[in-house]
Design a protein around this ligand. Structure first.
Ligand code: GUN
Length: 284
């Protein structure tokens, strides 16, 4: 029987530490602010944005929400980004993705001041992650690292397999594991012998977006299994990329969905926002 990694608990611990530090900054007259921009009516994005606002409130940050209509033009959105870039009350800027089709994510992200890019999506921050000189951690991969650390399992020297090569999760995930001296393999849709490669992993991170794709035969006995997936199963129930029921007795540690990686992403966003505020105030 494996140990289930409690993402809600680890996330609560991270947020408690952030709240304490935020309260200490407040006694010195320093406040922390996050601006969240949402364009259009996408229901999933609205839920994510609400959760980010709630998290800000819980840790003592000021949150500034900008909800823009679907038909907002690129120049209108860039004008808002420019205003936020220059607003000293705003330490972090997050533009919720995906944007409506007529807007180019890359153009918008490239125009966020990289010092305020708390998603770590700006090319400067992506480059910093590559060379291990990062102020901002990519939120989901950083959350995964916290969960791995919570198990007490050392990454150094371990076989680490990441399934998925997205810019937001797979690639930065591999970098963070590499920075901790893991031996990292990135698998993707063209990978041959996926099952065999995964079955050799001491640490397996699944970020493919295919419901319950990873079954027990992909798992090395005792492995740490982290599930980044967020899918619906055949009954419309939320599930991960890992077939939890099938794998839970074989893995050493495993994350559930929901309640695993999900709560960590927002905690790491709060961490990046606090880091941004401290850097802008020249603390550290
Ligand atoms: N949409 C889904 N996840 C994210 C995220 O982490 N950041 C942003 N900006 N948009 C998202």
């Amino acid at each position: 029987m494996s140990k289930i990694i409690d993402g809600k608990q680890v996330s609560a611990d991270v947020k408690a530490r952030i709240a304490k530090e935020t309260a200490e900054l407040k006694t010195k007259g320093i406040e922390v602010g996050l601006a969240v921009v949402i364009v259009g009516e996408d229901p999933a994005s609205q839920v994510y944005v609400r959760n980010k606002e709630k998290a800000c409130e819980a840790v003592g940050f000021n949150s500034y929400k900008y909800a823009l209509p679907e038909q907002t033009t690129e120049s209108e959105l860039l004008e808002l980004v420019d205003k936020l870039n220059n607003d000293p009350k705003v330490n972090g800027i997050l533009v919720q993705l995906p944007l409506p089709k007529h807007l180019n994510d890359k153009v918008i992200i490239d125009n966020i001041k990289y010092e305020k890019d708390v998603d770590a999506f700006h090319p400067v921050n992506v480059g910093k992650i590559m060379i291990g000189d990062y102020s901002f951690l990519p939120c989901t991969p950083a959350g995964v690292m916290e969960l791995i650390h919570s198990t007490g399992v050392e990454v150094a020297g371990k076989q680490c397999v990441v399934i998925g090569r997205s810019n937001i999760v797979g690639k930065p995930m591999a970098m963070l594991l590499l920075h901790e001296s893991g031996t990292v393999t990135i698998c993707h849709s063209k990978t041959k012998n996926l099952k065999e490669i995964c079955a050799d992993a001491d640490i397996l991170v699944a970020a493919v977006g295919r419901a319950k794709m990873v079954t027990a035969d992909y798992i090395k006995p005792g492995a740490v299994v982290i599930d980044v997936g967020m899918n619906r199963d055949e009954n419309g129930k939320l599930c991960g990329d890992v077939d939890f029921e099938d794998c839970k007795d074989k893995a050493g540690y495993i994350t559930p969905v929901p309640g695993g990686v999900g709560p960590m992403t927002i905690a790491m966003l709060m961490q990046n926002t606090l880091t941004a505020a401290k850097q802008q105030q020249c603390i550290e």
